[in-house]
Design a protein around this ligand. Structure first.
Ligand SMILES: *[C@@H]1O[C@H](CO)[C@@H](O)[C@H](O)[C@H]1NC(C)=O
Ligand SMILES: *[C@@H]1O[C@H](CO)[C@@H](O)[C@H](O)[C@H]1NC(C)=O
Ligand SMILES: *[C@@H]1O[C@H](CO)[C@@H](O)[C@H](O)[C@H]1NC(C)=O
Length: 272
């Protein structure tokens, strides 16, 4: 994505450099325990659109602030004049709906007494018991909010971008930066964390002011753009509320393959 504009604008035309760092809110990224969690690390490469930055780019594990540049993408002759980035919010808590479902599952696991253990191997029995003993610490107020790691994700992303595109992100150009976000708190907070990261980059050692007092101003909220799927009439009538269009989704969720996976998981956890 970063390479696109640069290839097209090889000779520097240098109009305004506006960065629309837009925070897409529809997709969700769940946080597990905040401290580094081996289980989370083992699973998260399989989260698809919810994959963590460090799983896509393992180099970040050793130094999350070091920029890594593909030499093919940015040749020496290329002067980027504009960068448009679509950025997903940082790591967040589960939503209230997800927390409700987790509680339901947790309740089921706790309800099965040791006597309920069906024949199975010891590690399978251990898994159900371990999950039942796990303290479910999510509270309703957490409802999809950004966690500290999410703030860190955004801060480090800002630092990497600033090092990759030093001219675009020079202090002189800071006031040209434009952030657009959806109204979701996790997205607004992600935008603020991104700006704070940049501010710290320009003013090392100082603590950042409120984002509304920064030269570039706070992220502007635009749900029509960032949550188009809630506002676009064509999408709503032709796709979202159209059973025919979503036929394959339904077929996938209720199909025999999915049923067999559900049965297997239920058997491993020994829940109905
Ligand atoms: C027990 O089940 C787990 C998961 O289903 C499997 O990975 C493991 O190899 C099994 N162990 C034995 C001793 O059968
Ligand atoms: C950004 O600021 C630098 C000065 O630090 C300047 O050389 C450059 O032309 C500005 N604009 C762009 C598009 O990089
Ligand atoms: C619903 O989806 C089907 C299949 O994509 C499409 O042919 C049809 O025109 C859609 N209906 C509406 C009302 O848009």
């Amino acid at each position: 994505m970063l390479c696109g504009p640069c290839r097209l604008l090889r000779a520097s035309v240098a109009p305004t450099a506006a960065l629309a760092a837009a925070l897409l809110s529809s997709l969700a990224r769940c946080s597990l325990q905040e401290p580094k969690d081996q289980v989370a690390s083992a699973l998260s490469p399989y989260f698809g659109t919810k994959t963590r930055y460090e799983d896509v780019n393992p180099g970040l594990l050793s130094d999350p602030e070091a920029p890594q540049r593909d030499p093919e993408l940015l040749e020496g002759s290329c002067t980027p004049v504009q960068l448009v980035a679509l950025i997903r919010h940082g790591t967040r808590y589960p939503t209230a709906k997800q927390i409700r479902k987790l509680r339901q599952l947790h309740g089921m696991l706790q309800a099965r007494g040791p006597g309920d253990d069906r024949p199975g191997n010891a590690s399978d029995r251990g898994l159900g018991a371990a999950l039942a003993d796990w303290p479910l610490w999510y509270a309703d107020w957490m409802d999809g909010q950004l966690v500290e790691k999410g703030r860190q994700d955004m801060r480090q992303l800002a630092l990497r971008l600033a090092s990759l595109f030093p001219a675009l992100f020079s202090r002189e150009n800071y006031s040209r930066l434009r952030l657009i976000t959806s109204s979701k708190h996790r997205c607004v907070d992600s935008g603020a964390a991104f700006l704070r990261g940049l501010w710290e980059h320009y003013h090392p050692g100082l603590s950042p002011p409120d984002v509304s007092d920064m030269e570039c101003g706070p992220p502007s909220i635009n749900d029509k753009l960032m949550r188009f799927f809630d506002h676009c009439k064509k999408f709503l009538t032709e796709v979202e509320r159209n059973a025919t269009a979503l036929y394959h989704v339904e077929a996938f969720k209720t199909g025999p393959e999915m049923q067999s996976i559900l049965k297997k998981v239920a058997a491993v956890l020994q829940v109905p």
